[in-house]
Design a binder for this molecule. Structure first.
Ligand code: SAJ
Length: 420
């Protein structure tokens, strides 16, 4: 590969993963072009600003754009390495939708040249990297593709799968420090992609096949979903038995080989609530546990809505829903169970529902026409006799018992263990 300053990299998709990845690669001195289909995203980045909230990302992007090592574009130019980081949603009937991945592959195909490396990072069903290879083979019959060469012949391109595995809120740290799984269509593809990641990853880089790497990513998020489902199921049993589930989990976790996760109002975000379905879709007959975990976690949201509604009915006056984000201390409301609960309560109880969300400036569309209002935590503590804790934001955690004594509280996050 060329020296850092000569290496050119194109990152397809400038979202939560693509933009931080592009910026981190640009910081190494490579010339990075980020490609996105949304003109406002391209304009924002080219003016040195960011369209997403992530710790320290604004400073990094403004620096690499000012230095000229990162630019954004609506069109794809030739590069040495192409990184695809576009969304892979699922359809109404819970089948993976890889249209954006295939669109990105189609967009880069015309500019590919011998020696280039194509890396897919998007969470994808097993076999997607091979589909990318097959699509490029159809678009570019002049290139020799990996896994489709004659004996003794070298492929013109390296194609690999390397899933991102960063945690929102810690993306810039984890992009560098986390271990990476790099799956090549062939071992040579994996080695080529490994040389690329070595430039900016401090964690271990482990090579395997593309299919194993694809399944590894799905497995990681399904593991977490199943374990959160266990905690959520325990919380229902504990409610039935009148036991404090948080205390039980704290005590059980003192066992050296037990590590139970935390119950909550359900599982949100664009990863853990979605990816397990990719495994279920691949083999429905053999995935009863993974499917049930998804259903338990989704069912927990409905359970909280029912409990919160019962609590509101038993009260007079305004009720505060604390938090809309899908988890603590972030501004991301995608697939958020907290938002789902608060919006369902607003639809039913209207202007009695007050929402506290320090990461929002206005209420999301789901609240339109309900009469619900966005207020701050101080106002909520002064005016609301009942509180429903939906997100464990630090600002809520820090409210002392004195300020919430005597209030009716439904705490879905175990934030206020001293609340009687
Ligand atoms: N949650 C619980 N209880 C817990 C932990 C989490 O209810 O004990 C809930 C959270 O509140 C949230 C959801 O689960 O609603 C997911 O949050 P998370 O922090 O577990 O994960 P994400 O979605 O922010 O990021 C995950 C990470 N995957 C794993 O930890 C296996 C991250 O490393 C992945 O990169 C990311 O998915 C992804 O993009 O796939």
């Amino acid at each position: 590969m060329p020296l850092d300053s000569e290496l050119s990299v194109t990152v397809m998709g400038l979202g939560y993963i693509g933009l931080p990845t592009a910026a981190v690669i640009a910081r190494t001195g490579a010339m990075v072009t980020g490609v996105d289909v949304t003109p406002s995203v391209v304009d924002t980045i080219n003016s040195g600003r960011v369209h997403i909230e992530e710790v320290d990302l604004d400073g990094l992007v403004s620096g690499v754009v000012a230095r000229g090592s990162l630019k954004a574009s609506l069109t794809v130019a030739p590069a040495d390495v192409f990184v695809i980081a576009v969304p892979t949603p699922f359809t109404q009937d819970r089948q993976p939708d890889i249209t954006f991945v295939l669109d990105a592959a189609r967009a880069i195909a015309p500019v590919l040249k011998s020696g280039d490396t194509v890396i897919l990072e998007s969470t994808s069903p097993v076999g997607t990297t091979e589909q990318v290879r097959d699509l490029i083979a159809r678009e570019r019959p002049d290139l020799k593709l990996p896994g489709a060469t004659r004996p003794g012949e070298q492929a013109d391109l390296a194609i690999a799968y390397c899933p991102e595995r960063v945690l929102p809120g810690r993306i810039l740290v984890e992009l560098i420090d986390n271990d990476r799984v790099i799956g090549g269509i062939t071992p040579r593809c994996a080695r080529k992609a490994l040389a690329f990641y070595r430039r900016f990853v401090r964690g271990a880089c482990v090579t395997t096949t593309a299919r194993a790497a694809e399944m590894t990513k799905l497995t990681e998020n399904a593991f977490r979903d199943v374990n959160i489902a266990f905690a959520n199921e325990l919380s229902l049993v504990a409610d039935t038995l009148g036991v404090d589930v948080w205390e039980v989990i704290r005590l059980a976790n003192r066992h050296p080989r037990v590590n139970i996760l935390s119950p909550g109002p359900g599982v949100g975000g664009h990863c853990i609530a979605v990816d397990p379905w990719f495994l279920v879709a691949a083999d429905p007959a053999n995935t009863p546990l993974i499917r049930t975990a998804r259903e338990v976690n989704d069912g927990k949201t409905d359970h909280i809505i029912a409990r919160a509604a019962a609590m509101i009915e038993a009260q007079d006056g305004p009720v505060a829903c604390l938090g809309l984000a899908f988890k603590a201390n972030i501004d991301d409301f995608r697939e958020s169970p907290a938002l789902k609960v608060a919006a369902a309560l607003a639809a039913r109880f209207g202007e009695r529902v007050h929402v506290v969300e320090p990461y929002a400036t206005t209420l999301p569309r789901a609240f339109d026409g309900t009469g619900a209002r966005l207020i701050d935590i101080d106002t909520a503590l002064e005016t609301c006799g009942a509180m429903i804790v939906l997100v464990d934001h630090d600002i809520f955690r820090s409210v002392p018992l004195d300020e919430r004594r005597g209030k009716a509280v439904l705490d879905t996050r175990g934030l206020w263990p001293d609340q009687s």
